[in-house]
Ligand binder design. Sequence first.
Ligand code: ADP
Ligand code: MG
Length: 322
Amino acid sequence: MGEFELIRHYFAAASCARGGEGVALGIGDDCALLELPVGEQLAVSTDTLVEAVHFPASADPCLLGQRALGVSLSDLAAMGATPIGFTLALTLPRAEPAWLEAFARGLDRMAQQCGARLIGGDTTRGPLSLTLSVFGRVPAGQALTRAGARVGDLLCVGGCLGEGAGALELVLGRRQAVAEVAEPLLARYWSPQPQLALGQALLGKATAALDISDGLLADCGHIAAASGVALSVEQARLPISAALLELLGEQGARRCALGGGDDYLLAFTLPPPQLAGLQAAGWPVQVVGRVEAGQGVRLLDEQGRSIAAPAQGYQHFGAAGV
Ligand code: ADP
Ligand code: MG
């Protein structure tokens, strides 16, 4: 199968490539053309996933397609943006119909769920890797950045932490668990649900936000640095699911909640008066700490004393990296 036939068959023919709101021209020309409503800005983000670095070599292609797009769209969620479309640059060792069909199916499923259209890409031969760029729209000047946290704000997260990192233990076969424990965790890993609706609900309310991809403490460090404030995290308030607790015990679960990657939940800072309204409207907003004067991130025990944090989030080129 040639390159053009492959693109046509698996990608241009997918339901998510059919165009829609904001897509004036999709796959097939030299560029796609997007339309933005007046008064909105384009939010753009790119992520690359490399086989054996970001996902296991034997990964189920359907789950991989789903996960790759979910992870990328999470960056739009973090800015409060609404997805318009995405491009897919796919490097493949060989054109294997069963793999491509399943991958496109998983991608299509996540795209339909999130209202993102496939608008273009690139297809090349080489070691398996995926680069997705996502494009969204956000009211001008209102995007949630990392830079607006203010002293006195609450530090909040959008759900139970550490499940992605906990699930990785199962994905890599380092641990086994009964179905009631394994299934919810694996679902969080393979089908991360970008918190797009929550991000949009936080527009005009949260002062800073990001999506947790490298662990709560490491990512909170980005908000602290960009906003010129300190963040304190209260260990006793970390939301941890029963499944994660069952899999790893209290210590292990806490470690994943603080330092594990792959959560793809939002972390954000909120002026205290905003909390009750968001919670009453049913948004999953959990307070885990607050914004203080100073710099960096502190972890506090029940008595409010600073305690040492467990291992940091993953860094490709960090001190312990390559
Ligand atoms: P060009 O040579 O102009 O860069 P290509 O021949 O690479 O274009 O691609 C032809 C069309 O197919 C373009 O519209 C491109 O965006 C799209 N395309 C290529 N690969 C993919 C892919 N993996 N998924 C979706 N669209 C793709
Ligand atoms: Mg061209």
